[in-house]
Ligand binder design. Structure first.
Ligand code: ADP
Ligand code: MG
Length: 276
């Protein structure tokens, strides 16, 4: 985690403007994030702050107006074609809604091997071996491959979405609200799984959430985004215990606290903080 480690992913001064009819809307204004190898960097902010836009800019799904995206030391900002596809193996994503990665009418196997197809990786590998390996890695039985999404709970579907992200052996996984739709106890299990996978595989995560309490659990560093602008960033412990920006304090106050004693303490007027 120290600064001399070369980062696996760098987003440098990213600005994204969307066209809205004849007008432009700046969804991200000079946003920079760097992810050191093997770490989890959080991106937190309320709905509409631009989190998914940054995820999409990094994944090459929306064009960057200005700025630079670097993956494993290579500038991929405007990269297309074969090289982009090759590098795409190194970065995968998990989204909030498993329906975006698991087609309800496909078997799990068919959805799992889609990234392999997209990356031209089906030839010369033991596809079913790989499917079984990633399912096992996320705590599922290999025969899940032959069932369909509706036969699984929300938590299991999200595990399968993670398996799908792992199948190309990526180094970076972008998790965009990956646990946000899950119940608290299931959230905790999936967060533990992500942490275990990071340790076992040396994965790096860009972990996006609107929920500070989730970010606190899993992220080494955190960047706070508000209306497309970075308000604060740094080591999670520092940002969450000594926030300098009123918006960060407001986010911390909005985060649900599992411990009832802490909850009571937070409700005392003296500890409520300046921000609302
Ligand atoms: P978040 O993920 O933090 O909720 P988004 O990145 O999805 O935020 O959206 C940031 C802002 O950009 C919002 O105001 C949203 O309405 C706007 N936006 C997102 N996608 C588009 C688009 N394709 N065209 C125009 N505006 C968009
Ligand atoms: Mg979003």
């Amino acid at each position: 985690m120290n600064d001399t480690t070369s980062p696996v992913l760098v987003a440098d001064n990213i600005t994204v403007r969307y066209r809205k009819g004849r007008r432009h809307f700046t969804a991200l204004d000079n946003v920079s994030v760097r992810i050191p190898h093997g770490t989890t960097v959080g991106l937190v902010g309320e709905s509409g702050s631009g989190k998914s836009t940054l995820a999409k800019a990094i994944l090459g799904l929306v064009p960057v107006t200005t700025g630079r995206v670097e993956l494993l030391g290579e500038d991929i900002t405007h990269l297309t074609g074969r090289r982009r596809r090759e590098l795409g193996r190194s970065i995968q994503a998990v989204f909030q809604d498993p329906n975006t990665s698991l087609n309800p009418s496909f078997t799990i196997r068919r959805s799992l091997i889609e990234p392999l197809k997209a990356q031209n990786m089906l030839g010369g590998i033991d596809v079913d071996g790989r499917v079984a390996e990633v399912l096992t890695a996320v705590g599922m039985e290999p025969d899940a491959a032959f069932r369909r999404p509706r036969q699984f709970s929300g938590g299991q579907r999200q595990r399968i979405s993670i398996a799908r992200a792992l199948i190309t052996n990526p180094q970076v996984v972008v998790c965009d609200e990956a646990v946000s739709a899950l119940d608290l106890s299931v959230q905790a299990q999936v967060l533990n799984l992500l942490t275990d996978l990071q340790r076992e595989r040396g994965l790096s995560y860009l972990f996006i959430s609107h929920d500070m309490s989730v970010v606190k659990h899993i992220c080494h560093e955190v960047t706070v985004l508000y209306r497309g602008v970075i308000k604060e960033s740094g080591a999670t412990r520092l940002v969450t215990t000594q926030p300098v920006d009123p918006y960060t304090r407001a986010l911390l106050l909005a985060a649900p606290i599992a411990d009832p004693a802490m909850q009571r303490q937070r409700q005392r007027p003296t500890t409520a903080g300046a921000a609302t």
